[in-house]
Design a protein around this ligand. Sequence first.
Ligand SMILES: C[S@@+](CC[C@H](N)C(=O)[O-])C[C@H]1O[C@@H](n2cnc3c(N)ncnc32)[C@H](O)[C@@H]1O
Length: 302
Amino acid sequence: MARKSFDKAHFLHIDRHKHRKEYKRLKKLFRDNAYLVNPNEAVRNKQLLKYWRTRSLLFSKINDCPIYMTDELWFSVTPELIAKFLAKFIRACLPEATKVMDVFCGGGGNTIQLAKTFPTVYGIDASLEHLYCTYRNARAYDVADRIWLKHGSWQHIAAKGRFAKLGIDCVFGSPPWGGPDYLASKSYDLEAALQPMGITEMLATFLSVSSNVILFLPRNSNLDQISRATRSLLGPSGQCRVVYVKTNGYTKGLLCMWGAALVSPKEEQPNVGSDDERPHGQAEESQDERGKKVLVNYDLDG
Ligand SMILES: C[S@@+](CC[C@H](N)C(=O)[O-])C[C@H]1O[C@@H](n2cnc3c(N)ncnc32)[C@H](O)[C@@H]1O
């Protein structure tokens, strides 16, 4: 691989001298062209076959452009349709926004669509391999120059408070749900099962970066825990908007939103922007009995 295989300026603070080990690992990943997907050869791991077969739902360019995936990314990347919807939704609510953050950026499913919509996107992940995949995939989508990647665990990064000073307009996160077993119980315990911290602590760390927060959570999430976390951090009048996202008639997860512009936008999102720029889909909205959560069903096939 050529010497200029990656632009290290995009990997924040991975300095050749200060962080020798990380730098070397990153260089080796680039040199080996590690994790490149071969669209003509099925993945060896049988458990991942179903994801490989529907690979173009994850990245529509996967059959034509170099896309990079670790085993974990096959089942954790946000499908492109949802990532696109989310990026347009944020822009419709926050038309002036320029800087957004994707905590737990994984293989870049969300980072890429955010970078297609906003000029500056910060991506954070505890896995150097995943950050490398995000960068590579962003190159395939021609948006690598808009992204800045930080390696480390969110707990440590949030505690340092550096991102709080950057004027980030919206912070998004798709935290690990604990693998495909997340549906094993009827109600997903957002305090005990969500990684790397429970919903209240996670929301607090996100709110320390921006007042506009979005989390992508399991579809069976315990909504009372969301209400409690909201009130404990934002007071009794705090509000959260919960958007159920459906594709192919199947609810993929829910988007939980905090911040005035996201919870009570001046105009309803589907009517904002040109036809091309509108978040695509049908929304049904209702208030819960206490009026604290705005529940929305969003069917992307509608
Ligand atoms: C569900 S995946 C995110 C998928 C991503 N939105 C995408 O579309 O590719 C969760 C990610 O969180 C990362 N992660 C897990 N624990 C973390 C931590 N403590 N701090 C930062 N990232 C973490 C994992 O490495 C994984 O890439």
